[in-house]
Design a protein around this ligand. Structure first.
Ligand code: ZN
Length: 602
């Protein structure tokens, strides 16, 4: 087997805190115990919600405590088998164990469904009264959050019917889209020959230093997509119509309402946020002009946005990445370094590259009574440092949330990326300060700005496109050209006269999977990133005073709605001024890049 380059060789996790190995007899014992306890739980609490006066809060409390214990033991099994298969995806023994455990867990979940359904069936006024009971304070948010779909849920046979029919409706369109888009081939003329590329291959050329190649690749991408306009626009139309029909059946008042409910965020918050981002497109223009100058161009084109500014970023060894991240965390607060140090010292990280290991990176929260585990694939690149910071950010968040009981342990979706992106910023600032070469600083800063733009500005544009397209679809079936027009308008607003859009760029909407998989998912990216930028601004301005409030946020898990959690940090997400702070950070980064560019030129 060829040696894979990585200074992280030998850095593997120790999963003993969960189980002693795939053949640990405790696994079989725990599976049996879970089954027995689920059965006992069902016998004891079935009917708990049936009385016309509702359940006794004390009994409901006891039931919830036991329910959490069950969920936690099941999660221990689930977390263990998924970490094992991530460690070695080709191991048959691991795969068989995972299958066996997953199947058992589905059966256990089925034994427990009566509990959630029983709670959902409690009439609204009675539920409101129960939620006031002091005994249930710890579970009030969980209990009310699980009821939020109630007004939009149909009768059981109706739900069953919709669920079955969705296989040949929505799910079928999604499948068709995924398989079709993955099958498109892109014949690219390059250096006198034709190379046939896949979509990831052609998209990666956006980062190529050769401008002509970037342009040809971009033209090729959109030209090929446009040849399939009939199919791609039919899928978009069908999915958008399906979304509309669902909204009608489930009584959601606007196309974005179901997504807002899933995200537990008020519609006006999102509306304000999108507007504030739009009001700051000028910052983007400023950067595009600067980047044009750095690339020696009069004007940037869409295919130049991700062109590399510096090719000389130094490598980074694992040990030095670790020190960088720990130092950056320590500057924020010593406790952050302490928690992060445990990950390294107690072998909670698997960082070496192995052929059959899962690719990418993640932090698995596991359960409150254990601790998170982190998977990295360390390749000695400078980029690995921010991935390490990102995953350790998640890891610290998950570690601190262990203060909560199981049902409040997992973070709400809207703040799921807060600690990770925040940790990346802390590390980025530290690296910038400890780097002396302005050329390298400029390269790092530009790629940081571009990453942030791709999340904040671009996802804002994507959301505006979706709003226009869904509103249009509620009136009539949309022609491909109409979709192209919506796309063009939304992009024109961002690029203005600072970036040239190729004519074929009109087809940019046609291959974006989120539009098909989860309509209106994209605004969550804007929300997540801007939230961190705004919190970071508060930290920059308040310094130490901000730290305890931030750590408290991380310790809170999901014991309250996101809005309430954020209020405690001092963030009022209803206030446009809060979101503007995040954009101010971006504006400062752009002007700093301008200064560095001038320095490099001298
Ligand atoms: Zn993440």
């Amino acid at each position: 087997m060829p040696e894979l380059p990585s200074s992280a060789r030998g850095v593997v996790w120790n999963l003993q805190d969960l189980y002693g190995g795939a053949d640990d007899p405790r696994i079989v014992a725990d599976l049996a115990l879970c089954e027995e306890r689920c059965r006992a739980f069902a016998t004891r609490y079935r009917g708990l919600f049936d009385s016309s006066t509702g359940p006794d809060p004390r009994v409901l409390f006891e039931a919830l405590v036991e329910y959490e214990r069950l969920q936690e033991s099941m999660s221990r099994l689930g977390a263990y088998v998924s970490l094992l298969t991530a460690e070695d995806t080709a191991n048959d023994q691991y795969r068989q164990l995972e299958d066996r455990v997953r199947q058992a867990l589905v059966e256990r979940e089925n034994q427990l469904t009566f509990f959630d359904l029983g709670w959902l069936a409690v009439p609204e006024d009675l539920a409101a009264k129960i939620l006031q009971a002091p005994e249930l304070a710890n579970y009030a948010h969980y209990l009310s959050a699980t009821r939020r779909y109630k007004p939009h849920t149909l009768s059981e046979p109706e739900e069953l019917l919709l669920n079955q029919k969705s296989l040949t409706a929505r799910a079928a369109w999604i499948n068709l889209f995924d398989e079709f888009v993955a099958s498109i081939e892109y014949p690219l003329e390059y250096e006198g020959e034709t190379k046939v590329l896949t979509q990831p291959g052609i998209l990666s050329l956006a980062y190529h230093p050769d401008r002509e190649l970037r342009k040809t690749a971009s033209e090729c991408l959109f030209r090929e997509l446009s040849r399939h306009e009939l199919l791609l626009s039919s899928v978009f139309n069908a999915v958008a119509q399906d979304h509309g029909i669902n909204d009608q059946i489930r009584q959601f008042e606007s196309p974005m309402a179901s997504r807002h409910l899933a995200n537990e965020v008020a519609p006006d918050v999102v509306d304000r946020m999108l507007e504030v981002v739009e009001g700051n497109y000028g910052t983007a223009h400023e950067y595009y002009r600067l980047k044009a100058g750095l690339l020696g161009l009069d004007r940037l084109a869409t295919y130049d946005q991700y062109a590399p500014v510096a090719n000389n970023l130094p490598p980074c060894l694992y040990e030095s990445g670790r020190e960088t991240v720990l130092n950056a965390f320590e500057r924020f607060h010593p406790s952050m370094r302490e928690v992060a140090t445990q990950f390294f010292e107690k072998n909670w990280i698997d960082a070496e590259v192995r052929p059959t290991k899962r690719s990418g990176a993640f932090s698995a929260s596991t359960i409150p009574s254990v601790h998170p585990y982190i998977l990295l694939n360390w390749t000695d690149k400078l980029r690995d440092v921010s991935t390490m910071a990102h995953e350790l950010g998640h890891g610290i968040h998950q570690y601190l949330s262990r203060k909560q009981t199981y049902l409040n342990f997992h973070h709400p979706l809207t703040i799921a990326e807060t600690a990770s992106v925040f940790a990346e910023f802390l590390t980025f600032d530290y690296v910038m300060e400890t780097t002396t070469d302005p050329q390298i600083q400029l390269g790092m800063l530009c790629s940081k700005i571009e990453d942030a733009f791709a999340t904040v500005f671009r996802q804002n544009v994507l959301t505006r496109f979706e709003q226009a397209a869904h509103a249009g679809r509620r009136r009539e079936k949309l022609a491909s050209e109409q979709l192209c027009d919506y796309w063009w308008e939304a992009n024109q607003a961002l690029y203005g006269d600072a970036v040239e859009m190729l004519d074929v760029y009109r087809w940019g909407w046609s291959y974006i999977p989120h539009f098909i998989h989860t309509p209106f998912y994209c605004y969550a990216y804007v929300f997540g990133e801007l939230l961190v930028l705004s919190l970071y601004r508060m930290y920059q301005q308040e310094g130490r005073a901000f730290v305890p409030r931030y750590l408290e946020l991380l310790e809170s898990g999901s014991n309250a709605p996101p809005e309430v959690l954020l209020k405690k940090v001092g963030a009022d997400i209803h206030d446009p001024a809060f979101w503007q702070q995040g954009l101010d950070v971006l504006r400062d980064m752009v002007s700093r890049a301008g200064k560095l560019a001038a320095e490099v030129k001298d």
